[in-house]
Design a protein around this ligand. Structure first.
Ligand SMILES: *Cc1c(COP(=O)(O)O)cnc(C)c1O
Length: 448
């Protein structure tokens, strides 16, 4: 096993990196976390409030089309949105089973049950496909922004899109979201799947007429090959999970939507009522965009932690090493496969690791085995499932008060016991709805 020199140096200096190389669970507190006021100006230059508002408006323009094609979005009038749920029984079970302290209210954001794609990728992925479709249709004079976008369901529009191809590299869920939406609009679609991708996700895509290309290598290879294949075809568009700004914007829109839901529940987020959010993280796009949106909205009153598998802490390493996309988990000797297939990314997004470098509070790494314990616990206490990758989020509240590094962070941020008692903690469930029935049975009986 080859460990790179820079990695060896980090391992020698800091026990967090020794834990990582030893494949042990660990917590990293961001050494460059800054108060939002210091970050605001610079980050606005890259992704501004107007950019996020523009993405929101675009999704609103498409709402009549989405509502027409996907009746499951009727309750939200064609917006692709998910419930926010209190999970008091799960909170109690986490406290009792693990003997942990979990102050405040524990909520679950159910992006696991987002319409159309059944994962958080229904935010960024579908947004980027819609934007691309709109760009093409505007350019060709097929529509204008003031039209009723139900027009996108017309046969001549589908015929128009059939001359174009959309491609993407994926561990599974991004492929599902891009594949389903693009095929629906009429595009030809090629999804490049890494070795970690689940068979049922490939089968589902093929059933929708999507071409699935399988690789024996990891996610980075699938992205590289997808990008190469797309570059050869002038009528092909590549959704680039490692660099895409539209994807990021689609995810960032989640913040404003969450804010409305918190208000409806009568939950305040302010100096006395902190919000703490835990999001499962792969390449960084989805959690990175959500984190960014939340920081823009709540500033120092929100604290965002990512959760990554012990075998794929790519965003943690990209940030902590300040090497960004120039880091690979194999540099630290990590080469295994993970049961958290949605999070199995060896190198992080260069875009997200940079833009969130001063905004992210920290990162928890999680062993695969515990994900299935959380999965069973959620089923027993709240009677529904989320997929194993998603369950990584529970390791946040379960470990926040136990970790010395976290306690130190809370103290430095002035998060006293009183404030923590008034806190809202949110685990972000990132996938699950489309998992076939028989697979849940297998997950329930997986003990690692
Ligand atoms: C993709 C995914 C994530 C993380 O998103 P990234 O953009 O890869 O960081 C988390 N959970 C699930 C279930 C996913 O599919």
């Amino acid at each position: 096993m080859m460990i790179k020199d820079y990695a060896r140096e980090m391992i020698g200096k800091d026990p967090v990196f020794a834990d990582i190389a030893g494949q042990k669970e660990t917590v990293w507190i961001n050494d460059r976390y800054l108060s939002f006021a210091h970050v605001d100006g610079i980050s606005q230059l890259i992704v501004s409030d107007e950019d996020i508002a523009g993405a929101e408006e675009r999704l609103r323009r498409f709402a009549p089309y989405i509502r027409k094609c996907f009746p499951e979005t009727l309750p939200d009038e064609g917006l692709i949105e998910s419930p926010l749920r209190e999970i008091g029984s799960m909170q109690q079970a986490l406290i009792e089973t693990f003997g942990r302290e979990i102050p405040g209210r524990l909520l679950l954001k159910l992006d696991s049950h987002l319409p159309i794609a059944g994962s958080v990728k229904a935010r960024g992925g579908i947004y980027e496909v819609l934007k691309h479709a709109e760009d093409l249709a505007l350019e060709a004079g097929m529509i204008s922004e003031d039209d009723d976008y139900e027009r996108f369901a017309d046969e001549d529009m589908k015929e128009f899109f059939r001359q174009f191809t959309v491609q993407v590299g994926s561990t599974g869920n991004l492929g599902l979201s891009i594949g389903i939406m693009s095929a629906f609009l009429g595009f030809k679609v090629k999804v490049h799947m890494s070795a970690d991708a689940r068979q049922w996700k490939k089968d589902l895509l093929r059933s929708k007429g999507v071409e699935v290309i399988e690789y024996e290598e990891d996610y980075s290879t699938a992205v590289l090959e997808g990008r190469r294949s797309s570059d050869l075809d002038p009528k092909s568009y590549f959704v680039d999970d490692e660099y895409s700004v539209p994807l990021f914007l689609g995810y960032a829109v989640a913040a404003g939507r969450l804010d409305e839901q918190l208000k409806e529940m009568g939950i305040d987020v302010d100096g006395e009522h902190p919000l703490i959010v835990y999001i499962p993280c792969g390449v960084g796009g989805a959690p990175g965009g959500i984190c960014y949106g939340l920081k823009r909205l709540y500033g120092d009153n929100v604290h965002v932690f990512f959760c990554e598998p012990t075998l794929f802490p790519s965003v943690l390493l990209g940030m902590a090493s300040d090497r960004y996309e120039e880091v690979n988990v194999s540099d630290f000797g990590l080469t295994g496969m993970s049961a958290a297939d949605g999070l199995a990314c060896a190198s992080p997004s260069g875009f997200v690791t940079r833009i969130d470098r001063n905004l992210l509070s920290g990162d928890f790494t999680v062993e695969d085995g515990i994900l299935f314990d959380y999965l069973r616990m959620l089923k027993e206490t709240e009677d529904f499932f989320i997929e194993p990758s998603s369950c990584a989020a529970f390791s946040g509240p379960a470990r926040l008060m136990e970790s010395a590094a976290c306690r130190d962070y809370l103290q430095r941020q002035g998060l006293t016991e009183k404030k923590m008692t008034a806190a809202t903690q949110i685990c972000w469930a990132t996938g699950g709805k489309l998992v076939p029935e028989e697979i849940w049975g297998k997950y329930m009986n997986t003990y690692l």
